[in-house]
Ligand binder design. Sequence first.
Ligand code: SF4
Length: 157
Amino acid sequence: MISNLMSTEPWYEAGLRFGCTHCGNCCKSHGEYAYIYLMEPEVEAIAEHLGLEVEVFRERHTEVDEGWTVIRTSRSASTSSSRACPFLAEDNRCGIYPVRPVQCRTWPFWDENLRRKTTWEGPVRDTCPGIGEGRLYTADEIETIARGNEEWYADQD
Ligand code: SF4
């Protein structure tokens, strides 16, 4: 999937700025961003971090959707319409930060977000006020992150 990013110079050849503002938006569902997927090593790592048996963690905090294990979200306290990750703390910090899923580690540099400039500057920036802020990531850094994300899920198939 990443190959289409590399066949020609990417539109973000000059790099992209990103700096998390800790708004918590990416930890809440909106539009297409509704699921936090967990691969088996992530289930085990989060369960261990929380001091739970894997099966207890699965029962309390996950559900299965079309064969994928996802974190069971709960109604967001800040908006009645969206659902939030249950590990999002009141100060919008991640409660499982050291073992947060790859999906969360690699946001917003996902292949699907980077494919078109209009996507990055439209729905992605609408979701994430950290876009355009913070330090400049080079095109190489961005592609390394995006490739790592893609390969993580491909390797777990
Ligand atoms: S949406 Fe962007 S700025 Fe807000 S918490 Fe997530 S990464 Fe940080």
